[in-house]
Each structure stands twice: as C-alpha cells, then as structure tokens.
Design a protein around this ligand. Structure first.
Ligand code: GAL
Length: 420
C-alpha cells in the first residue's frame, strides 16, 4: 500500500512538475512587427499593449517605419527566410494569403471557433484571414481609402462647400490656390499616390468599372478610355500640390491640413488618427467627405495580424493576442483612436466620432449593396506583385517619367500583365 501510494505520488508529482514546467516555459511575450510609427498609429497600438499587459504579456516591439508597409514587408521577408518568425506581423490582404500558401502560418481555428469569429467577421475580411479552411490571421480593423480630409477653418475662409463631382473638387482646389493656401497635401511616395488614384478611378469610372479593372484585372477595362480619363484626372489634381511634396511622409501631409497650411488630403482614414491624436474634432476642426463621385462605395483595406507557425511555447501568447484583438471592447477602443472601423459587425458605434459613425454606416451599406471593393494600392485588389507594378506606373506618371495618359495606360496594362 505504501509502495502503491508512493508510486502514485511520484507519478502525480512528476505530472504536476511537467505541467508546471510547460507553463513556466510559455513565453509571456508578444513580438509584433508593424509599421505603426506615426502619432495616431502609436496611440492606437498603445491600446493593444495595455490590454496585453493586463494579461501579463510583455510587448516586444518590431517597428519598421514607412507608411503603407513596403519596408516592413521587406523586413518580414528577411525574418521569415531566417526562420525567426515574430508572434505576429501587421499584414495586408493578399500578403497573408502568400505566406499561408508558403506554409509558414499558424492555425488559430480553435480560438476562432471558440470566439465565433466566422459569425462576427465580415466575409470580405474572412477571404483574407482564412486560408484552406484555417484561420491564419486576426483582422484588426477596416480602413477605407476614398476620403477627403479638410481643414474646416480654411474651408470657411475660402467659402468652400462639399465637392460632389471631380470638377467641383478641382474648383475647390482653385479657390484654395487663389487664397494662397496649399490646395492639396500629398506625400510624393508611390503608395500614397496610388492610394489617391484608387479613389480617382472609382470616381471616374464608377463602382463596376473599379471592380472590373482593379479587383478582376480585366484587360479591356485596364486599357479603356475610362482608365485614360482617370490618368487625365490624376494629372489635373497633382497640379495642386506644393513643390516639396516628393518623398514626404503621409502623416506630415496630414499635419499640413491639421495646421491649416493646406486645405485637403486624399488619404485612407488612418489620417483621422492624426486628427484625433492632435485633439481635433470632426465638423468643428476638420471635415471628412467621401471622395467626390464615390458616395455609396467603399474601397477598403484591413490591417491583419498574420499569425506565424511559432514554436509551441509561443502559441499561448499568439492566442492571447488574437483573442484580445477581436474582443468587442478592443475593437471599439482601438478603432476610435486609429481612425478605422471595427472588423466585427456587432460592435456598437457609440464611442465613435461623426466620421467613425459614417465609416461604420458606409461599410455596412457597401457590404450589403455589393459596392465594397478591395484597394489595389493597399494590397486588397490583387497579389503584391501586381500592386507593386501598379504603384510603379502611377508614381512614374506623377513624377513625369511617364508623360501622357496614353503611355500610362499602355505601361499599366503591360506591367500588370508581366506581374500576373
Ligand atoms: C496602411 C495601413 C494603415 C496605416 C497606413 C499608413 O497600409 O493599413 O493602418 O498604417 O498604412 O501607415
């Protein structure tokens, strides 16, 4: 009997020890690669760091500056090639699918089922966070790119009203110019220019055209007169930037609008995160309008935390991160600060400002009405190689290396074809 008890006790102790050892070995740290380095972005990230700290997870930051994330994605590629995966990385759309196809992503399906993500996350996001039936990423938000961000005081000073057509917008920019204000705040970097061009194409050609050209890569649409007209419009609008726009970071362009040095920026709603960080209020300090001619449609992107196939001792941290990210309270608190809207359909809009409430309502309407389209500039229209080819052609046009809309269309068709 004594012997039996002893043996049992030994086994019990050994088992308890093993469990303790496994628990102790769990890495209580989240290593996150991201490009959220502006004031508004950092403030939003702090919400997540705070939530994880409450659960006892340390934050190991891997920031790679550069809006749009091209530099971050180069850094990620190097890490993955070296086999040193972060717990998670900020990623956009098709990039998630590329890494999943390469077999380096983890599997969060168990957490997803437990948390009911398939019911709360919109299908447009599931398309990019589920691969081969497995959840490989946790969507953080939904951003939308077809917005104008306007300084209200400047707008009042020049007697401007909401532009309802592209021609109205040009007339408004003229007014600002005549008043001695920089009309258009733009950072001359390829991703910013292409993000603005997404809106111009939707405005010029309408929803069906945008979808065919930039989501389906339909060649007839890409080489059409409508695409040519879109480049004509781009050529017109960039006449209103200041001479120092080349290479400027997007948040510095936003700061020009916040300070009243410029009238308007055409940018995704991460720009609103900068207004919020500067303690500015919609309708009092700034105005958010849909890019003229795009009302009723939403061009979206969503930041996802791509979850890699990390060693077992890091899986608990990954689950904690994913669970925190998709919790309803985080979805509200984070997106209020970030300028985006929730990646779940069941989060109340109570805490959002007027632009956020509009963003949530617009997303729902576009989703219901079939006018929700992936941003080609932001990795949701086509795989990265195509998006890069697109950004390259747009920036060459903006900076004068392509000299006509005819040539731009020709090069766009060829570049996309080569990249496919
Ligand atoms: C986008 C991203 C946003 C914001 C922006 C500027 O690609 O989705 O969250 O970070 O870049 O950095």
């Amino acid at each position: 009997m004594t012997k039996f008890l002893t043996t049992t006790s030994v086994i019990a102790l050994a088992l308890a020890g093993a469990v303790t050892a496994a628990r102790a070995a769990d890495v209580k740290e989240v290593q996150m690669l991201h490009w959220w380095t502006s004031g508004g972005e950092a403030a939003a990230l702090n919400v997540l760091k705070g939530d994880l700290a409450k659960e006892g997870f340390a934050w190991k930051d891997v920031p790679v500056a550069g809006g749009g994330g091209d530099a971050a994605m180069t850094a990620l590629k190097a890490m993955v090639a070296a086999g040193t995966y972060p717990t998670a990385s900020q990623m956009l759309g098709y990039t998630v699918l590329d890494y999943a196809a390469a077999g380096v992503m983890g599997d969060l399906t168990e957490t997803a089922v437990k948390e009911g993500w398939d019911k709360s996350v919109p299908a447009a996001l599931q398309k990019f966070s589920v691969y081969d039936g497995k959840w490989v990423a946790a969507p953080v938000n939904v951003h939308s790119v077809n917005w104008l961000w306007i300084n209200k005081a400047v707008m009042d000073k020049i007697g401007g009203t909401e532009p309802k057509s592209f021609e109205d917008l040009i007339a408004l920019l003229e007014k600002a110019k005549a008043a001695g204000v920089i009309p258009l705040a733009l950072g001359g970097q390829n991703w910013q220019e292409a993000t603005m061009f997404d809106s111009i194409v939707l405005s010029t050609g309408g929803p069906e055209f945008y979808k065919k050209a930039f989501n389906e890569l339909d060649e007839d649409s890409l080489k059409s007169d409508t695409m040519k007209k879109s480049f004509d419009n781009l050529g017109q609008i960039i006449k209103y930037v200041d001479p120092n726009f080349s290479g400027r970071d997007w948040n510095l362009a936003t700061a020009m609008v916040i300070k009243g040095d410029a009238l308007v920026q055409v940018m995704g709603d991460w720009a609103k995160g900068e207004f919020v960080a500067a303690k500015k209020t919609p309708d009092t300090d700034f105005l958010c309008y849909r890019f003229p001619g795009t009302d009723g449609s939403v061009i979206y992107n969503s930041d996802m935390f791509g979850m890699f196939n990390v060693p077992d001792d890091q899986k608990a941290a990954q689950v904690a991160l994913a669970t925190a990210t998709l919790s309803k309270s985080f979805q509200s608190a984070f997106n209020v600060v970030k300028g985006s809207v929730p990646a779940r359909t069941d989060v109340p809009d109570t805490d959002f400002d007027a632009c956020g409430k509009k963003g949530i309502a617009d997303l729902k309407a576009a989703n219901d009405g079939g006018t929700l389209f992936g941003s080609l500039a932001q990795g949701y229209g086509a795989p990265p190689a195509v998006a890069n080819a697109y950004k390259d052609v747009v920036t060459k046009f903006v900076h004068g290396q392509i000299t006509s809309s005819d040539q731009a269309v020709e090069e766009l068709v060829k570049a996309i074809d080569d990249a496919k």
